[in-house]
Ligand binder design. Structure first.
Ligand code: CDP
Length: 250
């Protein structure tokens, strides 16, 4: 039996649904909350299924060390990090190569959204802390980070929503869980600036045909429409609660 057929048996039920009961184009349950931490300038929390992530933003503030500051724009620093207890096999507390790479791609996506020129000689620090990982952490982290930037009042041309699509048992599926990701043939994280309708992150691990990629991007776009409405609802709730004097923080 070929790998894809074996995976199809393992990862799809007899009724054609995925092992967690989702359709191929269905997101996991999503929750987002803005303004969840007291000690940062902006913050957000996201859950996509069992993936749970906090994002915190500090700044704009004076850049340190000073020689790194840019006379005509802000520098944006980003640290994506997984807590030691966020994964099955304890992760060492330092930054791994994977986390350094993900910090870089997330930073580049965020830089395309923030009006950096509005904040000369400044620094904006973005921290993404994965407290529980079940796949899709870079895209969920990016989604939360854009909310935390908005919460910090940083000027941006758009928010950013991300989700991965996978190829599992030969089928294209939206928002794979870790189980699907582990046994799947390919994984394609996508993030979109929804109002501009522009792709700000697109990566592919594994192989997909051109037609599978087209279908995957189409599926991601539909998922992102849902995610964007959840983002807007979370921001609206935050604005209402701060007008009413509540903090909405944990
Ligand atoms: O999280 P994302 O899908 O963006 O990145 P990935 O590198 O494709 O990782 C997929 C999943 O593998 C993560 O979300 C975790 O659930 C898991 N993982 C893990 O268990 N231990 C690690 N050291 C890294 C990833």
């Amino acid at each position: 039996m070929r790998g894809a057929e074996m995976n199809e048996l393992r990862l799809f039920r007899e009724d054609g649904l995925r092992i967690d009961g989702r359709r191929v184009d269905e997101l996991r349950p999503v929750k987002m909350e803005v303004g969840v931490l007291d000690k940062s300038d902006g913050s957000a929390y996201i859950e996509m299924g069992k993936t749970k992530i906090f994002a915190a933003v500090f700044g704009p503030k004076e850049a340190h060390p000073r020689h790194l500051s840019q006379p005509h724009r802000a520098i944006l620093n980003c640290r994506y990090h997984m807590a030691t207890f966020s994964v099955e096999e304890r992760k060492h507390p330092g930054m791994t190569r994977r986390e350094i790479e993900l910090s870089k791609v997330i930073k580049e996506s965020l830089e395309s959204l923030v009006f950096l020129n509005e904040y000369p000689r400044s620094a904006i620090d973005v921290y993404i802390e994965v407290v529980q990982a079940d796949a899709g952490t870079r895209t969920a982290g990016l989604t939360a980070a854009s909310l935390a930037l908005a919460d910090a009042g940083i000027q941006m041309n758009d928010l950013c929503c991300g989700v991965a699509v996978g190829k599992v048992g030969g089928r294209i599926v939206l928002d794979p869980s870790e189980e699907e990701d582990k046994h799947g043939e390919a994984d394609m994280p996508i993030a979109i600036a929804p109002r501009q309708n522009s792709i700000v992150l697109l990566q592919l691990n594994g192989r997909m045909t051109r037609e599978e990629m087209r279908l995957g991007i189409e599926m991601a776009r539909k998922g992102i429409e849902v995610l964007y409405s959840v983002q807007i609802a979370a921001l609206t709730k935050r604005v209402r609660s701060s007008h009413q004097g509540g903090s909405g923080r944990y």
